[in-house]
Design a protein around this ligand. Structure first.
Ligand code: GUN
Length: 296
């Protein structure tokens, strides 16, 4: 039976630590870290994520500002909002919730966020720093996964790590991080995508699998070897009339068939999801502290 990687518990512990740090800093006359989130349109999942981020800020004593813009907002209008947030010295972190409506170029928007406030770690300056192993903001989900690997003392050195998915948010940064030199890295990394021939060939040889493709219950028990470590990043809402909300959350891993073969496995929900938000808080705290050190 696998050991369950409990992201909910780990995230709660980290939140307590962040909260204590904030209260200590405020007691010493410091300001509360302040996260600004921009939401364009009414995409259901995005509305939920932004509300969760707002609540997480309140939980740890951060200030937060949510700017809700209409679906029809033009790219220039959005860039003007980003500029205002860049120039607002009270704001430590800025996130623009993705995906954006089709008429807006996401990369142009991200490029215009001050990279010192880019707590999502999506700006090309922070991506470059990550690739070069320089200090910067790591994207929240990969950061959260590294924290879980550390928390559970999972050995990564010399392991075969297979990443399913090549998104800018998870797959690509994760592949980069796991292949770097050092603790929590030193893996031989294989990235698979929807064009990969015979994905099971790669997953059966994997010591660590990070599944981030957004295909519900894609990874089955017959695709993994005994003792594998499985990190499930998938979060898909499947319609389910038996649930109060009318849907249930499903990961990329078929938990029932994979869990009996795994040594460690992260569940969905309660695995990577809570770690993503807490990593965003860690980045925002870091930004606020950095400001104090260098600019005040
Ligand atoms: N959409 C899905 N995940 C994320 C995230 O981590 N940050 C932002 N800004 N948008 C997202």
């Amino acid at each position: 039976m696998a050991i369950l990687i409990d992201g909910k518990l780990t995230a709660a512990q980290i939140k307590e630590r962040i909260k204590a740090t904030v209260e200590q800093s405020v007691a010493n006359g410091g300001k509360r870290p302040h996260l600004a989130a921009v939401l364009v349109g009414n995409d259901g999942a995005s509305v939920t994520y932004v509300a969760s981020k707002e609540k997480a800020c309140a939980d740890v004593g951060f200030d937060s500002t949510v700017i809700k813009l209409k679906e029809e907002t033009s790219q220039d209008e959005l860039l003007a909002v980003v500029k205002r947030l860049n120039e607002n010295h009270d704001i430590d972190g800025i996130i623009v919730q993705l995906p954006l409506p089709k008429h807006i170029n996401e990369q142009v928007v991200i490029k215009n966020i001050d990279y010192h406030k880019d707590v999502d770690g999506f700006h090309l300056a922070n991506v470059g720093k990550m690739v070069l192993n320089m200090p910067g903001f790591l994207p929240a989900t990969p950061f959260g996964i590294l924290t879980l690997l550390k928390q559970y003392n999972i050995e990564t050195r010399g392991k075969n790590c297979v990443i399913l998915g090549r998104s800018n948010i998870v797959g690509r940064p994760m592949a980069n991080l796991m292949s770097q030199k050092g603790i929590l890295a030193d893996c031989t990394v294989t990235m698979c995508n929807s064009k990969t021939k015979d994905i099971a060939y790669f997953t059966r040889n994997a010591d660590i699998i990070i599944a981030a493709i957004g295909v519900p219950e894609f990874l089955k028990g017959d695709m993994v070897k005994q003792g594998v470590v499985v990190i499930d990043v998938g979060i898909t809402r499947l319609p389910d009339s038996t649930k109060p909300k009318g849907y249930r959350i499903v990961g990329d891993v078929d938990f029932a068939s994979v869990e009996p073969k795994a040594s460690y496995i992260s569940p969905v929900p309660g695995g990577v999801g809570p770690m993503t938000i807490v990593s965003l808080l860690e980045n925002t705290l870091k930004s606020a502290q950095g400001k104090k050190l260098t600019w005040v």
